[in-house]
Write a protein that binds this ligand. Sequence first.
Ligand code: SIN
Length: 479
Amino acid sequence: MSQKLVTEAYVGGVWRGGRGGTFAVYDPATGAEIAQVADCSSQDVEEAIEAASEAYLIWRHTSVKERAALLYKIRDSLLANKDNLATTITRESGKPLGQSAGEVGFSASFFEWFAEEARRQYGETIPSSVASKRMVTIRQPVGVAALITPWNFPIAMMARKLAAALAAGCTCVIKPAEDTPLIALAFTKLCEDVGVPAGVINVVPCSRERVLEVGAALCDSPQVQVLSFTGSTAVGQWLYSRCGLTVKKLSLELGGDAPFIVFPTANLDLAIPGAMASKFRNTGQTCVSANRFFVHESLHDEFVSRLAAAMDTELKVGRGLDTGVNQGPLINQRQHDRLVKMVKETVAEGAQVVRGGTSMSGLYYPPTLLTGVTPAMTLAKNEIFGPVAIIMKFKTEEEVVKLSNHTRRGLAGYFYSNDVSQVWRVAEAMEVGMVGVNETLMSTCEAPFGGVKYSGIGKEGSKYGLDEYSSLKYICFGV
Ligand code: SIN
């Protein structure tokens, strides 16, 4: 493959090496090294923050129309370069090519959306209780934004944050995931090519060994006003506490533990495709993936046999670049070994293997279906992040709502029911930020994405996404 890759850091409009030398990026499908990428140190981060601070002095004063025009150009460039970008995503993350192309289109949608929303950052007039005062609010950008992005949707999560930040008038320092820096750099090159001014976007990739140093530099800088992170709850907790010292605004999209409930009135013709899409999209490596299936005892056996049949006919494991493949490898050895261990433990605890459960070569893991799972078993207590579906039986609505809420995480939840009263009751009772009723594909630029409890704070996308990067100022006039 002779695709030219961008491997340097981008600071103040200059492509350059990192003070830590370089680190290797691997293709999870083959284990082969794809590239050596600049390994940034805390000093590189400080320089990137300085460049973003300087650029902010100008960028914050650009008109919303100018910013919107640039965001449209980024959208167009993403779409025009979709195939190349998709190939880069697939090479470094293993994601099947069709899904990678879909991710690029999804990314473009955020630039279009926030180009539109940039022009609707309204303030208000507030009726005063005294005749001698007039009161208004205006929205202003918060300043420099630090964006820490994940490997599972390496361009879409960058796009969802970056488009909102730029629209609001912030400048950015981006730390892409160690496994997937190449797509972040390729995307940044496109942004440079369409005319994003120097310093407005800075990218500081780093190796796993330097993550702590780089993360700390972003958290500790008083010049960084907002930090947005998508990733694990454990890392989010660390960032949250570290950012307390500089009292930053925070937007955290953390781990999920989505329940997927099949009630007695469910239409299995919808529930089975919904389960397949939610569980196996991106080989199960999504934070909104169905993590725990609860199926009413009256439908349990039929649901299991139809899900197993769909897995047999619809899932094809292999290299993401190969035609027809929709299940790629897991991202790295750590994630692979973690999944293998959790499945083994759950089977030892008494779960029955209906499909999969055996090992494959390399970082591949077979689509797996386990029944007879109980809430106390290992997989039911952890975020699975892989192509493993675990099924638990239930008898009553009260019991299943309690079980589904019995978790510290609360990102997404899904259920299938055709009982209208039940739909409202359960949607309201679920302790999550997003509910899918008879639907599992909910992510879209128009709707607010975000969780409750240990799944994070803040919303991405939608009209609320701009709030993370702007502050509301109150102005009082004496007249
Ligand atoms: C994820 O962050 O894992 C899910 C992203 C999305 O569905 O928008």
